[in-house]
Design a protein around this ligand. Structure first.
Ligand code: 9MR
Length: 477
């Protein structure tokens, strides 16, 4: 089937579902207070950063090609405070039951770089197309170890678009064996769960690691939709979180839905995962956003832009509804990204950030790799157009419960209900381009303006009982 035909068929399906969905959302969207990922001071966190990085997928040591100097550059250029850091099962458990402590220590060295710059880290157990050993030596998939890869001799073809390998019988079988749909590999999920326990053992006492993204872009093999998501996927998440909780009571578990369809704005059938930790549950919903029209090369202009906007609208409605169903859990957009030479690319980036402000979602742009999708050229140093689009004002932390949030390049407006127990102040990042002379604040007083890190700290409100409405604009020169 040619691309245009794939495009029109899936677009039609998306429109049908999105159309049905919007009426449904209007009726069923619960109005509930949103929870938020909090730091150790009890502040609600605003998370802006990157997925770092795709280069970890194929490296021998499982680590991204990313240095402490790269982090310093990123922080100076874009003021990020968050990273979705790629790890892989193949590196954690290179042989069955053997956990590579040296690898985990190397990951922690990177985590410490982020800690020094005041970042929060989410560890992402990454996979695409199961693992490298689906076709040895070809560098097609990544993630799972060779010893956990059973394609049972079924064929895997050759494709231009990497996602199409998901439709090959050998890849489907590797997943069917992992989820034990075949009934022949009950041991594989147990290994995965124990690999998470090994990771959590390493990072339980590291306050910089706030979350574990339990599986990148899950794929169900012959099980799709709710049969997969509410079945083995929810089961794996529940077992993984239970194992993590035996060693780590505090970190958040980030749940991804199945990627296929949900990345395009379709609904998720993921089931509820319960958290055995004392106190509030720490579970978050972390879908990805890849509008199909964009993936097929249409960019964000003309008819493709309309399709992308329709996808975003349906994605927002479905994401809110799933997060509510999972227990009013916080939302992190774990990935969105594109080749920023496509028409309208930066408008799309702006649109997505504005929409994520509206649902108070953290964002990890895909990805912190050099080249056309990333912030820097292949030399790793020369800033690309994306840098200006990511360098935007945002709330880093709020000493209370965020109610509303919106931003423009030279303005940040928000309201929150203060929490007297929060042990640190509200903090904002304000980029130089929109705020060359700092900020003027209405509704709060400025406690501190860090001109080099561009972090504005606000005083605690005089009347902590009242909702605070705060408007931050560029100061006059
Ligand atoms: O951008 C990545 C591309 O270069 C790789 O060939 C592909 C397969 O590993 O993965 C792409 O990154 C994807 C990420 O791993 C998962 N979410 C979608 C990303 C973009 O397609």
């Amino acid at each position: 089937m040619n691309r245009a035909r794939v495009f029109s068929l899936v677009a039609l399906a998306a429109l049908v579902v999105a159309g049905g969905e919007s009426a449904f959302v209007r009726q069923l969207m619960p109005v509930a207070e949103r929870s938020a990922i909090t730091d150790t001071s009890g502040r609600a966190l605003g998370l802006h950063g990157f997925s770092t990085a795709g280069s970890a997928k194929s490296s021998v040591d499982g680590l991204p090609r990313f240095t402490e100097a790269d982090l310093a550059r990123e922080n100076a250029d874009m003021g990020t405070n968050f990273v979705r850091f790629l790890i892989s099962w193949r590196a954690v458990e290179p042989q069955p039951g053997i956990y590579d402590q040296a690898y985990l220590a190397e990951v922690e060295t990177r985590v410490d770089w982020f800690a020094k710059q005041g970042y929060h880290v989410m560890l992402d157990m990454h996979q695409d197309l199961w693992g490298t050993e689906i076709v040895p030596g070809m560098g097609i998939g990544n993630g799972a170890p060779g010893w956990a890869t059973y394609t049972d001799g079924l064929p895997i073809g050759q494709h231009d678009m990497w996602e199409l390998y998901y439709l090959d019988a050998g890849v489907i079988r590797a997943f069917d064996n992992f989820w034990n749909t075949t009934g022949t590999h009950p041991e594989l999920m147990d290994h995965y769960v124990n690999a998470w326990k090994a990771v959590a053992t390493q990072f339980a006492s590291n306050p910089t690691v706030i979350a574990y993204d339990l599986m990148n872009e899950p794929f169900g093999g012959t099980l799709q939709g709710p049969a997969f998501e509410a079945g083995p996927l929810t089961n794996l998440y529940q077992q993984s979180l239970d194992a993590i909780r035996t060693v780590d009571p505090d970190s958040w578990a980030c749940l991804e839905p199945q990627a296929m369809g949900v990345n395009w704005g379709l609904p998720s059938g993921l089931g509820v995962v319960t958290d055995s930790r004392p106190g509030e549950a720490r579970v978050a919903f972390c879908p990805h956003l890849y509008p199909l029209a964009m993936d097929l090369g249409g960019g964000y202009s003309g008819g493709s832009r309309d399709m992308v906007d329709a996808t975003i609208a349906s994605w927002i409605g479905n994401t809110k509804r799933t997060a509510a169903r999972l227990g009013n859990v916080p939302i992190i957009l774990g990935e969105f990204g594109l080749d920023t030479t496509l028409p309208g690319a930066l408008d799309y980036v702006d649109t997505v950030y504005a929409q994520m402000d509206g649902i108070h979602a953290g964002v990890a742009y895909w990805s912190r790799d050099n080249g056309l999708w990333g912030p820097y050229d292949t030399d790793g140093v020369t800033a690309r157009n994306l840098v200006a689009a990511i360098d935007r004002p945002y709330l880093r932390a709020v000493a209370g419960t965020l109610q509303t949030l919106s931003s423009a390049p030279d303005r940040l407006e928000f309201s929150f209900t203060p929490d007297a127990a929060a042990a640190a102040p509200t903090e904002l990042y304000l980029p130089a381009v929109g705020f060359p002379h700092g900020a003027a604040v209405d509704g709060a007083t400025i406690a501190h303006w860090d001109t080099s890190r561009r972090i504005l700290t606000l005083d605690a409100p005089g009347n902590p009982a009242a909702t605070q409405n705060i408007v931050v604009v560029a100061a006059d020169g």
